[in-house]
Ligand binder design. Structure first.
Ligand SMILES: [Zn+2]
Length: 217
């Protein structure tokens, strides 16, 4: 099966990507992994991407697309894959469609993890990080014995800027703006499937798997 997974920050996308890919026995292909593999492997594309990253610039679409093409051409991706982090926008989605058509295939389904903004804020804004050992706690879901103190090392807990409500809401706005057109693109293609991404991790995986079964031949 050829699957794309999309979802806002805080939806547990990375975890679900891993579980779903392993249930389906297909490789999980994330742009982060592809970038790291190319950079550490010293490929031409990796060197190019690194130049942009070292300057603090975004890696241009054509470099990302070339890396994705290389990765999708590998043996383990011939029977299916789960893409995480690509495509990010409609132009990339169109390129992917063309690329897969050249390979004589196409996407089967796009899974959209659906979580309310308030729930994302509840999940992320409750995170507290230890200044000494870096362990992450959660004021509701994984609280330390003594408020503000790390159980592991006794260090002081603090809230990272990334975990502040204003920052999270801004990231969510940016995500919705960029992703809404992508969602409608795949809705028009008739392969979009929403998955309620609230509740226990295993339940979300089960929901995703039954959604996928509806698209399996
Ligand atoms: Zn600690």
């Amino acid at each position: 099966m050829r699957v794309v997974l999309v979802g806002p920050p805080g939806a547990g996308k990375g975890t679900q990507a891993q579980f779903i890919a392993s249930h389906l026995s297909i490789p999980k292909i994330s742009t982060g992994d592809i970038f790291r593999a190319n950079v550490s492997g010293g490929t031409e594309l990796g060197k190019l991407a690194k130049e942009y990253m070292d300057r603090g610039d975004l890696v241009p679409d054509e470099v990302t697309v070339a890396m994705v093409r290389d990765r999708l051409s590998e043996d383990d991706a011939q029977e299916g894959f789960l893409l995480d982090g690509f495509p990010r926008n409609v132009p990339q989605a169109e390129v992917l469609k063309k690329m897969l058509a050249e390979f004589g295939t196409g996407l089967d389904v796009v899974l959209n993890l659906v979580v309310e903004d308030d729930e994302v804020v509840r999940r992320l804004a409750g995170r507290r990080t230890c200044r000494s050992c870096g362990k992450v706690w959660h004021v509701v879901f994984d609280p330390p014995t003594v408020e503000g103190v790390c159980d592991a090392c006794g260090g002081e807990l603090f809230q990272r800027d990334d975990d502040r409500e204003e920052t999270i809401r801004r990231r969510l706005e940016v995500y919705q703006e960029q992703t809404a057109p992508l969602i409608s693109f795949y809705a028009d293609e008739g392969i979009l499937q929403g998955v309620d991404a609230t509740g226990p991790v295993e339940e979300i995986t089960q929901r995703a798997m039954s959604a996928l079964r509806r698209f399996a031949d």
